[in-house]
Design a protein around this ligand. Structure first.
Ligand code: UDP
Ligand code: MG
Length: 322
């Protein structure tokens, strides 16, 4: 018997791409169903992440037109990671496997076939890894690659060039639901869960309409979140830096004492000026890094819910309600 596959698409102000995305996915799903690769109960789920445009009304229209589509709407914009999580948790109750992908369909949807194949062969997690970064700007390409390198250096097990296009089996989603952290970084969390996994490669194309919702500010805060949620290496580096500075200052004290007794003391304005600046900035940076972690602890201790579902477009066959 073929598996029930749910697709989860986070949508934030995506009115420009949604109709095309829905049409393309509908065709894809029909082919998959005809080929017997997925069950007829499979669905495409849109997660409206507090959009300010017509996104939710388009999703509602799609739902009423075709039983293939369903959707949930979050009470406000909670960010890409929380929107994906809300979709996974909702879809995970019905599906054997869930694939998350972006609503702009920049990620080649034909990789779904390969993901399904791997899933049928026993993989619980199938990561979509992009082939090339030709469609990205020079800055985006290099900051992204630098980010993966930095994450790996910090000891976080991320997969280079894997964004949030992946298949998860129902049991992985159940395990994921046991993670209560508020600072969500799925790319680090999923490899940490374990289970058999594999990789499929796919191409990325340009966004067909609308604009990227990942501004530079969002990307930086995403990177900081990723690092500080998964690694305490920056804190250890501060300690290392402290020892290094202590060593340097011991040498400085010795040379100063020697200079004093040999009568070579000079006003030394330049050196004290430079070291004041340097030490001051190191201290500020160190405090900032510690502050990042304390901020995280503060947020985690609140145990706040990560999202609220405001409305649900869902057909319950048994209950006969939407
Ligand atoms: N997205 C979201 N909430 C946000 C920002 C983005 O749900 O606060 C969704 C967006 O609608 C899209 C996906 O996350 O489906 C990836 O965003 P985008 O395509 O803008 O990012 P890029 O591909 O430029 O990195
Ligand atoms: Mg995109």
């Amino acid at each position: 018997m073929s598996s029930i596959l749910y697709l989860v698409l986070p949508c934030y102000n995506e009115e420009a791409v949604l109709p095309d995305t829905a049409a393309a996915l509908e065709r894809k799903y029909h082919t998959l169903m005809e080929q017997g690769k997925i069950s007829r109960e499979s669905k495409i789920m849109f997660v409206n992440d507090g959009s300010g445009d017509r996104t939710w009304s388009i999703i509602t229209e799609l739902f009423h037109k075709n039983p293939l589509f369903c959707g949930i709407s979050l009470s406000r914009n909670r960010g890409h990671q929380n929107a994906v999580l809300a979709g996974l948790m909702t879809a995970g109750k019905k599906a054997d496997a869930v694939i998350s992908l972006d609503a702009d369909l920049q990620q080649d949807m034909d990789a779904i076939d390969l993901m399904l194949e791997k899933f049928e062969h026993g993989c619980d997690v199938v990561y979509g890894v992009r082939n090339a970064r030709d469609t990205d700007s020079f800055i985006k390409k290099n900051t992204a690659l630098g980010f993966y390198k930095l994450m790996q250096f910090m000891g976080c097990e991320v997969i280079t060039n894997h964004a949030d296009y992946r298949l998860l089996s129902r049991r992985v989603i159940e395990s994921l639901s046991e993670y209560e952290e508020v600072n969500l970084f799925l790319r680090g969390l999923i490899p940490a869960i374990g289970y058999p996994s594999d990789i499929v490669y796919f191409d990325v194309r340009e966004r067909q309409a609308g604009e990227s919702k990942y501004t530079m500010k969002k990307m930086i805060s995403f990177a900081v979140d990723g690092i500080t949620s998964f690694s305490i290496k920056p804190l250890q580096m501060i300690t290392l830096l402290g020892f290094l500075m202590l060593f340097v200052s011991v040498i400085m004290v010795i040379t100063t004492v020697v200079d004093y007794y040999t009568g070579r003391t000079v006003p030394g304005w330049a050196s004290s000026y430079c070291s004041t600046w340097f030490i001051g900035s190191v201290q500020l940076l160190s405090l900032g890094i510690i502050g990042e972690y304390i901020g995280k602890i503060y947020m985690e201790t609140k145990h706040r819910p990560k999202y609220h579902i405001e409305s649900c477009l869902w057909r319950e066959k048994e209950e006969g309600k939407e």
